[in-house]
Design a protein around this ligand. Structure first.
Ligand SMILES: [Zn+2]
Length: 303
């Protein structure tokens, strides 16, 4: 398994969910072992590159924001990172002329489309993978997130909301053979109508609308088109986790098991993993072929 990057540059425009700002996003090829690099093109030439890595995460309230020592930041990177992870992109440069990745339709669908349009190019070096060697767990109140040894990436997530529109949802996914695109990529972010005004007062969710989020109010989904999957909420939390975990800097061969986790806990999990040198190792070229353990699941599309 060799490293992959994009064949060509490709771009899109959209608004930031929290900033409400219109931005242009360009993704393009990068050299072997670069990883995913974000570059702010609106702030001059020096100190504007931020590696998309767990140790550059500077804020995890509502979204995942990375920054560098020059104080340059990019927010809401998780859905784009999920698309890179799900499609097996190791190296890419992301140029953006504003403080926040555009929210597009609230899912990773547009980013999957962009990456597929650009096409992937196989590079000379072998792909690195992070193998988790022992159980690592973090918790915060009734939320927990763990990584367990596994020969392939898999994720379990459980959430529980009082609103009858969501309730209790649980889902597991093996991140192999197109499962990300098929089962998670179209799941949208969600919010509560009751909280929108509070967020706006705090200068957040300025770009949020029924076009880029599922909005729940008075115990029901307010979007006229309904849901894309019966359990779209938990699928989106899995999508977020895929993006947050890709900040490890390489695919993580582990089972991610989470209850009510979010961006903050996902990042603490990576920090805890990398703080213990006996908990992980880097491998290359050992990826399983997939044929033995893939169990395709029919898409539960609704609405
Ligand atoms: Zn999200």
């Amino acid at each position: 398994m060799r490293q992959k990057t994009l064949k060509t540059k490709i771009n899109c425009t959209g608004v930031g969910l929290h900033s409400g700002r219109r931005v242009k996003l360009t993704i393009g090829p990068a050299a072997v072992d670069s990883g995913i690099l974000f570059k702010r093109t609106d702030l001059g030439e020096a100190g504007v590159v931020i590696p998309a890595r767990w140790d550059h995460v500077v804020d995890t309230r509502l979204c995942t924001t990375i920054g560098n020592t020059d104080g340059v930041r990019v927010g809401t990177i998780e859905h784009l990172m999920a698309a890179f992870s799900g499609l097996g992109v190791d190296n890419a440069v992301v140029e953006i002329d504003g403080p926040e990745v555009p929210i597009m339709d609230g899912s990773a669908d547009a980013f999957v489309f962009l990456i597929e349009c650009a096409g992937l190019f196989e590079q000379s070096a072998l792909r690195k993978r992070i193998k988790v060697l022992k159980l690592v767990t973090v918790s915060d109140g009734d939320a927990t997130a763990s990584l367990l040894p596994s020969p392939f990436p898999a994720l379990d997530f459980a959430l529980d909301f009082a609103s009858p529109a969501i309730g209790r949802q649980e889902r597991s996914v093996r991140l192999v053979d197109g499962a990300f695109k098929r089962e998670l990529s179209r799941a949208r972010t969600f919010g509560f109508a009751e909280e929108v005004e509070q967020l706006r007062k705090a200068g957040l969710a300025r770009g949020g609308s029924l076009d880029n989020a599922i909005v729940v109010g008075s115990g029901r989904v307010l979007n006229r088109e309904g849901l894309r999957y019966r359990d779209e909420f938990v699928r989106h939390k899995l999508l977020d986790a895929v993006g947050d975990l890709y900040l490890a800097g390489a695919p993580v061969d582990a089972r991610f098991h989470a209850v009510r986790s979010g961006h903050a806990l996902n990042n603490r999990l990576l920090r805890t993993l990398f703080a213990d040198s006996e908990a992980w190792t880097v491998t290359s070229g050992e990826e399983l072929t997939g044929a033995d353990w893939v169990q395709p699941e029919p898409r539960q599309a609704m609405g």
